[in-house]
Write a protein that binds this ligand. Structure first.
Ligand code: ADP
Length: 400
């Protein structure tokens, strides 16, 4: 069975075709700079056939058409006909209060995706465009929306409500939604398969540490709290995002008006985080290199990041009433053994001990990095959001 996964952004469209039985990627590609000059197409399939060239994408329809042509390309076909595609799974960023699970796209569900536009004005419209274009160009193939927010819908009200006038919740749905849900769900499921403890009782914290970073507290497979909020700005400081700050700073900066070309939203999303503090980069590899050369602000940014991570993990251990397992995933979580060690060392008072050798040698593989006598299992589990979308698509349609 072949499942196509699509991540449609405002100016790009990424896709992966899965051979579902083997869970392998048989083709993948990227249409870049849609609607902008110098658009580019990259496609590769499992036989090593590659297309990598400039193409004109005036719209998302052009991009999807090009993807279909490449999949059917007689020189190295991935499929002989579109009918071979059992379903298409679409990443959709915000499901608001409407989607607690992946959902087949119908007129009603598309209307609900549209209602979420105000909370995700950059992503949701582009995600929905991807769905609508695929409906048109691949008629009869079921289209499923898989939502970044859905996994967190099991949070209780005490975790998702903000201390604001209740009318903002009632009239505008202002509440915590959380993001990276597809990734948290994927690594949590894997951790439940790998754990030594009873998976129905497992108290787990998943740490998705990438360009954007978030944490989830998970009990018996259900999310009970997460660090991102109404938007992906809340929580730990990130590459360029501030994370949680005193909310009064927003109006303070706005009143300063020291750079009229940028609003506070822009400053908090694009000029803050480890890049803002260090003045070096949002990329942890650059920060590490700068810190090694004695750059104090790079060192400060790294230690702030680890300190905030420990505080969030500590608060989630309290929320969960204890802890059995911690998972590190995404670019930093999978690759940066120093960050993992710093965070875990600060949790050693709980009896957490790392297998230092294993931690140091683990970069992007699935490994249990805690020592045999550790009170807490610590896993590195590479995330795979595309495969997770494919699995959820198959499950919701009952195709498996
Ligand atoms: P995104 O949120 O864009 O999906 P990723 O999960 O791919 O991000 O993470 C990207 C980040 O991971 C980079 O910005 C970089 O900081 C970090 N990263 C990737 N590889 C390494 C590495 N070997 N060591 C440290 N950090 C890394």
């Amino acid at each position: 069975m072949k499942i196509l996964v699509i991540n449609s952004g405002s100016s790009s469209l990424k896709y992966q075709m899965f051979d579902y039985e083997n869970k392998t990627v048989i083709a993948k590609g990227l249409c870049e700079r849609i609607g902008i000059a110098n658009s580019h197409f990259k496609h590769e399939n499992a036989s090593g056939y590659v297309i990598d060239e400039g193409r004109s994408f005036k719209s998302h329809s052009d991009a999807v058409r090009t993807m279909i042509e490449a999949l059917l390309d007689p020189q190295s076909p991935v499929i002989e006909s579109l009918e071979e595609i059992a379903a298409v799974g679409h990443r959709i960023v915000h499901g608001g209060p409407y989607f607690a699970k992946p959902t087949e796209m119908t007129q009603e569900s598309k209307d609900a995706v549209r209602k979420c536009f105000p909370w995700s004005p950059l992503h949701n419209p582009a995600n929905l465009t991807g769905v609508e274009v695929c409906e048109k160009l691949m008629p009869g193939i079921p289209q499923v929306g898989v939502f970044d927010t859905a996994f967190h819908q099991t949070m209780p009200p005490k975790a998702y409500m903000y201390g604001l006038p209740y009318r903002y919740y009632e009239e505008h749905n202002v509440r915590r939604y959380g993001f990276h849900g597809t990734s948290h769900a994927y690594v949590a499921r894997r951790a439940a398969e790998l754990t030594q403890c009873d998976k129905d009782q497992q108290r787990l914290i998943t740490c998705h540490l990438g360009n954007g970073s978030s944490f989830a507290a998970i009990k018996g497979g259900q999310c009970i709290d997460t660090s991102m909020g109404l938007t992906p700005l809340e929580g730990i400081m990130m590459g360029t995002r501030s994370g949680s700050i005193d909310p009064a700073i927003v109006s303070f900066i706005a009143k300063l008006n020291d750079d009229a070309t940028k609003d506070v939203d822009y400053i908090l999303n694009h000029e803050s985080g480890v890049r803002g503090v260090s003045g070096v980069s949002s990329d942890f590899r650059d920060l590490k290199a700068a810190a090694m050369q004695g750059n104090e602000r790079a060192q400060l940014a790294l230690s702030m990041f680890c300190y905030q991570a420990v505080k969030i993990i500590g608060s989630y251990i309290a929320a969960l009433g204890g802890i059995d397992s911690i998972v590190f995933t995404a670019g930093i979580g999978e690759n940066d053994d120093r960050i993992r060690k710093t965070i875990c060392d600060d949790l050693s008072f709980l009896g957490l001990t790392l297998d230092e050798g294993l931690n140091a040698s683990t970069h992007g593989e699935e490994v249990l990095i805690s020592a045999a006598d550790s009170s807490i299992e610590v896993f590195v589990i590479p995330t795979n959001e595309e495969l997770s979308i494919a699995i959820q698509t198959v499950e919701v349609l009952g195709l498996a």
